[in-house]
Design a protein around this ligand. Sequence first.
Ligand code: FES
Ligand code: FES
Length: 157
Amino acid sequence: MKIYFELNGVPQYPEVEPGESLLQLLRRLGMKSVKEGCGTGDCGACTVLVDGRAVRSCIAFAARAQGKRIITLEGLGTVNDPHPLQEAFLDAGAVQCGFCTPGMILVAYELLSRHPDPTPEEVRTAIVGNLCRCTGYRKIVDAVMLAAEWKREGRWR
Ligand code: FES
Ligand code: FES
């Protein structure tokens, strides 16, 4: 079945297989930031934004992308032109192995889109479904708070 959706602002018309997950489709389209951790909806590593909402792509069917606007980390920023959230994660030392980082950043992006002045507790609540084996979470919360401050200062594009 052929579907249509927008991926990081670019129209896509892929064929999808019955039962194919959104995670499999996005990786097939070259979105290597979308990670498979658990594959069962429990770790958040595969998180992408679907019409602005954080979705676990491993447990969503690819066909669900039909007509949607999907953003992966590739759509936020690049190595040469990072998004302020990516810069904040680096500044705060919130990235170690980096496996959880794309999902964390997209969940943080969703949170700050609707609530630009969260408390650390609200950040912790937002990322509760995103598992990190490396950082102990404190620096991730620091990074999101820093990015929120930058957003309020008008430093986001
Ligand atoms: S890989 Fe999707 S939630 Fe873990
Ligand atoms: S930085 Fe390694 S899992 Fe989070």
